[in-house]
Design a protein around this ligand. Sequence first.
Ligand code: HEM
Length: 82
Amino acid sequence: MKSTLGQGCCRLDLTRDARHHVAFGFGVHQCLGQPLARMELQVVYGTLYKRIPTLRPAAPMEDVRFKTDAFIYGVHELPVSW
Ligand code: HEM
């Protein structure tokens, strides 16, 4: 997909070199909690899929509603099953 965000930005590719992303902002107001957030996410994803290896979405992604009108982007709800 071609986009102003860069080639392949809309596809989950865990091998993509995306070290220069701005998810934590940039410059003088770059996120101060970044090291904590990174560590928490490593622990969460490392633990979650080990504890619940069958965890999966319980609804088709086309039915998941995204918060396109909010300051913080995300989903309203994500039904899961295991
Ligand atoms: C995945 C989790 C997180 C994301 C994606 C995130 C993202 C961001 C972003 C984009 C900014 C810059 C906002 C701007 O430009 O005005 C920011 C700022 C900030 N974040 Fe986070 N953040 C996360 C977690 C945390 C945590 C866990 C803490 C504290 C424990 C934290 C504390 C802060 C603070 C204090 C600022 C303001 C820095 C400043 O204005 O100088 N953040 N964050």
